[in-house]
Design a protein around this ligand. Sequence first.
Ligand code: HEC
Length: 251
Amino acid sequence: MSRFIKKDGMHRSLEGWPLVFTVLTTVAILVGGLVQIVPLMLAGDAETRIDTVEPFTPLELAGRDLYIAEGCVGCHSQAVRPFRHELERYGEYQKAGETVYERPFLWGSKRTGPDLARVGGKYPHLWHVRHMEDPTSTSPGSIMPPYPWMLEKDANLDVLPRKLRALRSLGTPYTDDEVENAVQIAQQQAEEIAREIEQQGGPANLESKQIVALVAYLQRLGTDIDQAPETAEQEHDAGSAMEEPTAEARD
Ligand code: HEC
């Protein structure tokens, strides 16, 4: 062996023994993996929890499912990174504890459109209704596709009790009452939002429609921590001409 080492170095000679090399490589990878994974498992998630972060309401969950089904995540991230330019544009960067109830997570990896992690409360409900029906009506020149059927199709609320139960089995703290009455709770919130849309001058009777669930979800995003983006009002991307939020948006 020492002859090998002198000639080509230890690494070279190890490579000459495929089986030994494979075993040693595997051991090295396992050790590296354990060093990373074991502390995370031991620590649990106590450190990342944020007291003010609550599970989604049933209606917001229904909206979230639409967001997934329509593939919004393909164009929108939900992760504000801790960089100056992102903080100025989107607001406070995202903490791990903010997404503890996200199953599956929707951080995304592509931003054809802006990040949505802090979009909640940025615009009035009606803005979202108009934007989804025809993005260019609120954002001239927008390349976002329209989703007009969301104003016509009914949201599927029947699955909610089962959905809440499944999430609860994975650790989301829904109460028995919330699971059993998920549909009624969702309908109540939908009626409230539909009323507000009408008050803002939008179409009436949207309470059963998909758009209301989606609006509930979008308006929730990023609002669980009390650090709304102060600069959001000035936000203006050079490429997209987005309408300034009105006073109602900040309510
Ligand atoms: C093909 C890419 C694409 C897809 C798919 C897409 N968007 Fe967008 N979205 C954009 C672009 C580009 C903008 C910026 C221009 C605008 O406001 O329309 C935008 C803007 C937005 C805004 C306004 C954000 C802000 O801070 O002003 C919201 C809210 C939004 N999208 C929601 C959605 C939802 C919900 C879906 C799925 C139903 C979706 N988008 C699907 C490209 C996309």
